[in-house]
Design a protein around this ligand. Structure first.
Ligand SMILES: Cc1cc2nc3c(=O)[nH]c(=O)nc-3n(C[C@H](O)[C@H](O)[C@H](O)COP(=O)(O)OP(=O)(O)OC[C@H]3O[C@@H](n4cnc5c(N)ncnc54)[C@H](O)[C@@H]3O)c2cc1C
Length: 469
């Protein structure tokens, strides 16, 4: 049983003895104020907030363990909270309970430049990490746009613009420290680059969205800062031309570091928001990393490919400030589009397909949005076969919301029929639970449920997310 209304019906007031114990352990770092609970009971999804009963700010693995033991003893839900940037209803407290905010666990524990690894507390954000390790000559490439926490990124198996070259949190997480549902603390791996030692617990927790354990340390891979970086933009007469150029680039094995697609609506939105004057046509934004020579070679190959697909206005951005401006605009695209319909809320969804099917999936989804008169934009990390559809809906108009959900459901069905997935990177949260069944089938979902039952027999860890209990 997992339906939001059913879970809400199970909601019980926070036991006074539990609140007293939390207050004695956390003092001022335990809050029941309406403002604090509201902040922790909403994410970037279009769902209405669902508030936890209390919020605590943990500062150590032991504190997380103590809090979880107390909540387990009282059968009270626990919802881990990173930076709150997730998009699919991940952190909403369906049954109330205690939100454990990990943002004060924000220390870099150990950098090992000689091994290209770093171990951090879960509240370290990706921008903080890169700022703090800059002098080592290394960087952490995973970039979901938002300044998410490393714990949240591991928990959602995040990726973003650089994944086409450097992979996602799945490939880049070496080990985790995790507090289990009964408060026990485990370590899931080592700093070794590979291991055949038993079940791969790291990858069980990566992507588990706080439903199997609370991550309190994350060890990830780092990469040398590239000797040379250059970026380029070009426009296309149709979205199909742009996406086919990307497919050919990937099929030819050009190791682009980033390749992002924006449809004409996305370009229009960022032009208005970031005061740019890009041609309002489908656009590709490339970044190349490597040696001076390697970057030049990659860029020349890509320039030839895009020309074959009718690209115009190929323009370089070699100065760091120009690149920062362009990527800043790309990262603002979500907020830029929100301005296109004042008062609207965004339903933001993603899917991912094998690269050869990408053009078909994007074009069919775009046609669907058009035929339902959606205010929308399609933007994507297209080098991975991953794209996002952002639809702006009137939160007070159930028909508008239903039309957007229809587009979402058909996009997911299309992606699954193409041997793709219902979400490439945003995760399941509350919004994609039914689609998970479509994608994996009952047998695989039963196996996931068995895992959940084994690791969280009281269903206290972020209940109501990923799989039906
Ligand atoms: C504008 C915008 C652009 C985005 N673009 C991308 C993108 O390109 N790629 C991408 O992958 N995502 C993207 N996202 C989504 C979001 O940034 C990611 O899902 C991110 O990984 C969430 O991290 P967070 O720290 O904000 O986690 P939160 O939102 O706080 O939590 C997310 C989930 O993880 C759980 N969790 C958090 N911390 C822990 C922990 N320490 N232990 C266990 N569970 C935990 C929570 O309970 C919740 O289920 C975007 C979001 C926005 C707003």
């Amino acid at each position: 049983m997992n339906h939001p209304a059913q879970l809400a019906a199970l909601k019980k007031p926070l036991p006074e003895s539990l609140l007293a114990a939390l207050l004695s352990l956390f003092g001022e770092r335990c809050s029941t104020s309406e403002a604090m609970r509201t902040h922790h009971g909403r994410d970037e999804s279009s769902y209405d907030p669902m508030l936890p009963d209390a919020v605590i700010f943990a500062q150590s693995t032991e504190e997380v363990s103590d809090a979880v033991k107390l909540c387990a003893a009282h059968d009270v839900p626990v919802i881990p909270y990173g930076a709150g940037t997730s998009l699919e209803g991940h952190i909403l407290a369906l049954r109330g309970g205690v939100s454990i905010d990990l943002s004060q666990m924000n220390k870099i524990i150990a950098v090992h430049p000689e091994d290209l690894t770093v171990t951090v507390q879960p509240g370290v954000t990706r921008k903080q990490l890169n700022a703090e390790i800059r002098d080592t000559g290394l960087f952490f490439p995973i970039d979901p746009g938002a300044d998410a926490s490393l714990g949240g990124m591991a928990a959602t198996r995040a990726s973003g613009t650089n994944a086409v070259r450097y992979g996602t949190m799945r490939e880049n997480t070496l080990a985790l420290t995790v507090v289990l549902a009964d408060g026990r603390i485990i370590r899931t791996g080592t700093r070794a680059r590979k291991s055949s030692a038993g079940y791969d617990l790291t990858r069980v927790f990566v992507g588990s969205e706080g439903t199997l354990g609370i991550i309190t340390e994350v060890t990830v891979k780092l990469y040398p800062q590239p000797e040379a970086v250059s970026a380029a933009v070009c426009s296309f007469p149709t979205p199909g031309d742009a996406v086919r150029a990307v497919i050919q680039t990937i099929q030819m094995g050009v190791p682009v570091a980033r390749v992002e697609f924006l449809d004409e609506r996305g370009v229009k939105a960022i032009n208005a928001y970031d005061k740019l004057s890009l041609p309002e046509n489908p656009l590709l934004l490339f970044e190349f990393h490597g040696t001076e020579h390697g970057v030049k070679e990659q860029a020349e190959t890509v320039q030839e490919i895009v020309a074959e697909h009718n690209a115009t206005g190929f323009e370089w951005a070699t100065r760091p400030e120009d690149r920062t401006r362009l990527w800043g605009a790309r990262h603002n695209a979500y907020f830029a589009l929100l301005q296109m319909r004042p008062g609207a809320r965004a339903i933001s969804t993603d899917c991912c397909v094998p690269i050869s099917r990408l053009a078909e999936c994007i074009l069919d989804t775009k046609a669907d949005c058009e035929s339902h008169n959606m205010v929308y934009s399609i933007i994507g990390h297209v080098g991975d076969g991953n794209f996002h559809v952002q639809m702006l809906v009137d939160p007070n108009d159930p028909e508008d919301i239903a039309r957007a959900e229809g587009v979402n459901a058909r996009m997911v069905a299309r992606a699954i029929a193409m041997d793709g997935t219902c979400t490439g990177e945003h995760g399941v949260g509350m919004h994609k639970m039914d689609f998970l069944v479509q994608e994996h089938g009952e047998g695989a979902i039963d196996t996931m449920r068995a895992l959940k039952h084994a690791l969280d027999p009281k269903n206290i860890l972020n209940p109501g997310k990923i799989v039906q209990w």
